[in-house]
Design a protein around this ligand. Structure first.
Ligand code: GLV
Length: 320
């Protein structure tokens, strides 16, 4: 007779799926925090009716269909756009996203790097170095380099505070008005043009929703200040990439730092690779940290098990 594997005798299970996160590590963390559950990794599910929770990133489209007893689905990221695009998830099943869980600080560090890169003109100095030229450029001080944070939720607020602490004037833009913030936040489409005209550099950290898809288009870039900069940490779907290319080619934008793209991985054919004023990274501005994220998910499952509401439930109408 074969020995039962640990947890095999437990009926209730948690489904795990991610191509980017280590399933063995996650199984260990979740089973330690929730010993009443066993963790099963898609597609190896013993009995789909045992699955009560799912912890996933970009799961296969039909993976929820047979999970008749599912109580909640947890995203392994802050963004839930790909889960919301899955019509097979019943409307009454809560989808829960990560609230910060270590993502905000990482993304803020990425943003700070980008802001300093452009404000201190490191991209120009790189070019001058290649030409072996010793050539000091005029300096723009931090206090006259206004940074606009597009999207003012958990992550946007951390970025704004960190940049303010470094001496940059910061403004925000959000779909709805925000309370308890010291930063000046422009609200709604009617104030978007003023926000763009006031920013020397725009950092996008919006969630991808029906309202924000394609927001960064020709009109958007034409409202940005001549010679300004754009950093995208949100989603590729926010940007009409051909319009961004035109804005760069025309000189309206002096540079961009892009971590996300409409199609990932970015095609080897994309002209972004070759542009001198564009910095590209492969969707790494904030990577999910297993310890922090699993703590948050475990606390939320305990809340649901004790009939309380979890934190970070997505409003499906709003899209985040
Ligand atoms: C990463 O893209 C996330 O949504 O957390």
């Amino acid at each position: 007779m074969t020995e039962p594997i640990a947890g095999e005798h437990l009926r209730k299970s948690i489904l795990f799926f991610s191509e980017f996160d280590d399933p063995r590590k996650w199984r260990g963390l979740l089973e330690r925090g929730l010993p009443q559950f066993r963790v099963e990794c898609w597609p190896e599910i013993k009995d789909p009716s045992d699955v009560e929770y799912a912890v996933v990133w970009n799961p296969p489209r039909d993976c929820f269909k047979s999970l008749v007893n599912i109580k909640a689905i947890f995203s392994l990221g802050a963004g839930v756009d790909s889960l919301l695009a899955d019509n097979s998830i019943p409307a009454d099943i809560p989808i829960v996203r990560l609230l910060d869980a270590g993502l905000a600080r990482q993304m803020s560090h990425y943003a700070i790097y980008g802001v300093l890169h452009f404000q201190r003109q490191f991209f120009e100095y790189r070019r001058l170095q290649a030409q072996e030229k010793w050539s000091p450029l005029p300096v723009t001080l931090a206090n006259s380099f206004t940074v606009g944070v597009l999207g003012f939720g958990t992550i946007g607020r951390v970025i704004a505070t960190d940049l303010e602490n470094l001496g940059f004037p910061v403004i925000g833009w959000a779909n709805s008005s925000k309370s308890n913030v010291d930063t000046e936040v422009y609200v709604g489409m009617t104030e978007l043009d003023d926000f763009l005209a006031s920013s020397q550099l725009v950092i996008n950290v919006l969630p991808l929703t029906a309202e924000t898809r394609g927001l960064c288009d020709e009109r958007f870039f034409s409202r940005m200040r001549p010679g300004s900069y754009f950093i995208n940490l949100g989603r590729g779907g926010h940007v009409i990439e051909s319009d961004l290319e035109k804005a760069i080619d025309s000189g309206r934008l002096a540079g961009a730092m892009l971590d996300v793209f409409a199609s990932e991985p970015l095609s080897p054919k994309s002209s972004f690779w070759k542009r001198e004023s564009v910095l590209i990274t492969p969707h790494i501005s904030g990577v999910t940290l297993a310890e922090e994220a699993s703590d948050q998910i475990i606390s939320n499952i305990c809340l649901i098990e004790s009939r309380q509401s979890p934190n970070g439930v997505v409003d499906r109408e709003r899209g985040y």
